[in-house]
Design a protein around this ligand. Sequence first.
Ligand SMILES: NC(=O)c1ccc[n+]([C@@H]2O[C@H](COP(=O)([O-])OP(=O)(O)OC[C@H]3O[C@@H](n4cnc5c(N)ncnc54)[C@H](O)[C@@H]3O)[C@@H](O)[C@H]2O)c1
Ligand SMILES: CC(C)[C@H](C(=O)O)[C@@H](O)C(=O)O
Ligand SMILES: [Mg+2]
Length: 365
Amino acid sequence: MKAHIVTLPGDGVGPEVTAAAVAVLDAVAAHFDHDFRFEEHPIGGCAIDASGDPLPPASLAACKAADAVLLGAVGGPRWSDPNARVRPEQGLLALRAALGVYANLRPLQVHPALAALSPLKNEKLKHVDVLFVRELTGGAYFGAKTRTSDSASDECRYTVAEVERVVRRAFELARGRRRHVTSVDKANVLETSRLWRSTVQRIAADYPDVKVEHQLVDSMAMLLLTQPSRYDVVVTENLFGDILTDEAAALAGSLGLLPSASLGDGRSGLYEPIHGSAPDIAGQGVANPVGAILSAALLLRHSLSLEREALAVEAAVDRVLSHGPHSRDIGGNAGTAQVRDAVLAALEEDACASVTFLRWSRACG
Ligand SMILES: NC(=O)c1ccc[n+]([C@@H]2O[C@H](COP(=O)([O-])OP(=O)(O)OC[C@H]3O[C@@H](n4cnc5c(N)ncnc54)[C@H](O)[C@@H]3O)[C@@H](O)[C@H]2O)c1
Ligand SMILES: CC(C)[C@H](C(=O)O)[C@@H](O)C(=O)O
Ligand SMILES: [Mg+2]
């Protein structure tokens, strides 16, 4: 198939991990006979430096016209002055809003070979398989903001429609998994959370086959560490989802491992690892590219409907996590390029064995 993919490498380690993910997509195109066209655009701090705008109109127009968008990361100390008028993160938020990608899927699995890196005991990590569905275009991130010399405010606002669409997406996704939705809120304090909870209760009636439970976010932060294997689909609002998924990444062993897919109502989507620009290691060629490569797999699955190819990438990553090489954040000493090359080699081997692979893959039954 033909696909037009816009890449937004961004800042810090963003370009390093995005290049690795593009190399994997190129290999997928070669092995499976697809025609992927890539078009790179600036976003974030590098776009501020070039044009003063963290989301230049040409970048946004290209993203809107693309079949899918692959993003690295934005931000860094250089643009983090709390009094700055313009910030890299504004570009990312404006992009998410403009693309209407309200459902941010952040899958968490703990690879057995990495369990020792987790702060938790091994036995707690068995069978951890959680899909976080984070609302991505509402809440405090997008409410009115005020700032005077001695006060500031961020309005947290949700409409029923905004809650309903992401919650329905979570229930639909749960039907393809273990049919269990945990909705996380702070309904004992926040009005937006009470609207959230009553909307979830109403929608749950349409999904009698899915078990639903409500959990307050503070205790959820604790339960994620004490009983992570209890959870299947976890749906929550924007800010809570941001925080809980970085916590979840620690269970997997590193922030560098987790991918994400941001989806709206159309086929296109925005794909990015959940980590940031990692300024402490940027430019050293040591960033873990796995989160970005797995984001490319999600792109193949959700925007291009190439399930077989997505599974091939995931199997290649799985093999590298099992046997190495591993990057520094997960206890090894391999650089970004070595990990990328190992994934490419594993992909090549699996593609050669693709007839067998197809027989057992979930996609083909
Ligand atoms: N989607 C995004 O663009 C995104 C996401 C999160 C943070 N940010 C931005 O990134 C900047 C830095 O934020 P931060 O330091 O709080 O979070 P961060 O995710 O950039 O880094 C946190 C820690 O995780 C490590 N880490 C992150 N990604 C890694 C990788 N791929 N391989 C190995 N180690 C990795 C870093 O080295 C650092 O020690 C900020 O400007 C923030 O706004 C951007
Ligand atoms: C960079 C920032 C705006 C972003 C967010 O908070 O959504 C990041 O932390 C993420 O998790 O994607
Ligand atoms: Mg975050």
